[in-house]
Design a protein around this ligand. Structure first.
Ligand code: MLT
Length: 314
């Protein structure tokens, strides 16, 4: 044991001595990928080794999470995932990993608002019109998402249960490719994070009906909140965190947490986050305890909601 501790300590001192892989469990070009690449670039400068983002999309983010759960706990494989980590722990009854016991924690990164957006030529003029349209047309309306357990799936599920309508969902490996089809008018609408929708909305390539926030989002001052647009109590935030495989030494996860906290104060990261409608997590949140507490609480929050809906992925 003493030898292992010493080895762990010594290893952490020199860590990292080669590039690190950060797994993003959704397709490249999407919101989670955008957050990961911004933070990875800043942490790379601080740690003196490149953090390479690897996209492992599929099954609502559980394929990528499973990849990291099985990786060597040497600090060279990390996972950046979001609220899907919690919802999947309930939605998937046969996950190939134990969500609360297969990972070490590095820290929370950001909490991204969602937007309800549609193809630019979609008929409804506002959120009330969208709700009436969906109720009148049901499964003729298509809604894109990034698979069962994804943020876009969760938000879509909440929207459908809130308005009491069912529509046709179209799954993708991420909302990056889904956005391509939305801009291309191949699907009607979706719920997606501001980190993926802000630029498309500003460019007029998609239509925006509402944000899922209490206050308007700074990067989208003209987009009403859901409450302002007539759908009260529809608030969804997509919190993101960084994990490592179970058994990664506390010295290494402490070093990664410290580097994450620095990255979240990096003016470039702060500005890019603000341009995309989000903000960095605080120092207290960007810690191992901060993320563990959040994940544990969120699994307990979503368990009754998902059980009541009875919608399981397997
Ligand atoms: C993505 O990066 O594609 C999204 O986070 C997917 C989602 O959860 O909706």
């Amino acid at each position: 044991m003493a030898a292992a501790g010493l080895a762990g300590g010594a290893a952490a001192e020199d860590y990292p001595t080669r590039p690190i892989t950060m797994v993003v469990p959704f397709a490249a070009g999407g919101p989670t990928d955008t957050v990961a690449r911004l933070v990875a670039e800043s942490m790379s400068k601080d740690l003196g080794q490149q953090i390479l983002v690897e996209n492992v999309g599929g099954a609502g983010g559980t394929l990528g999470a499973s990849r990291v759960a099985k990786a060597d706990p040497d600090g060279y494989t990390l996972l950046l995932h979001h609220i899907g980590m919690a919802t999947s722990a309930v939605l998937y009854r046969k996950l190939p990993y134990d969500t609360l016991n297969a990972f070490e924690y590095v820290g929370l990164v950001t909490d991204v608002p969602m937007t309800i957006v549609a193809r630019s030529d979609f008929e409804p003029a506002d959120l009330k019109g969208l709700i009436d349209y969906v109720k009148a047309n049901g499964d003729k309306v298509t809604m894109a998402n990034a698979g069962v357990g994804a943020a876009s799936h969760l938000c879509g599920m909440l929207f459908m249960s809130k308005i009491g309508a069912q529509l046709t969902t179209v799954p993708y490996k991420g909302t990056g490719p889904a956005m391509t089809d939305l801009v291309g008018k191949q699907v009607d609408f979706m719920c997606d994070q501001t980190t993926n929708t802000t630029n498309q909305i500003k460019a007029g390539k998609i239509k925006a009906y509402a944000t899922t926030t209490k206050e308007r989002v700074s990067s989208l001052p003209d987009v009403p909140t859901a409450a302002e647009a007539g759908l009260p109590d529809f608030e969804v935030g997509i919190w993101h965190g960084i994990y490592a495989p179970k058994g990664t030494s506390p010295e290494i996860t402490a070093k990664l947490s410290a580097s994450l906290q620095k990255a979240l104060k990096d003016p470039l990261v702060v500005k890019r986050f603000a341009d995309l409608g989000t903000a960095p997590s605080s120092d207290a949140e960007a810690t191992r305890d901060g993320l563990k507490t959040k994940l544990t609480a969120e699994i307990e929050r979503w368990r009754p909601v998902i059980s009541a809906a009875g919608v399981y992925a397997d």
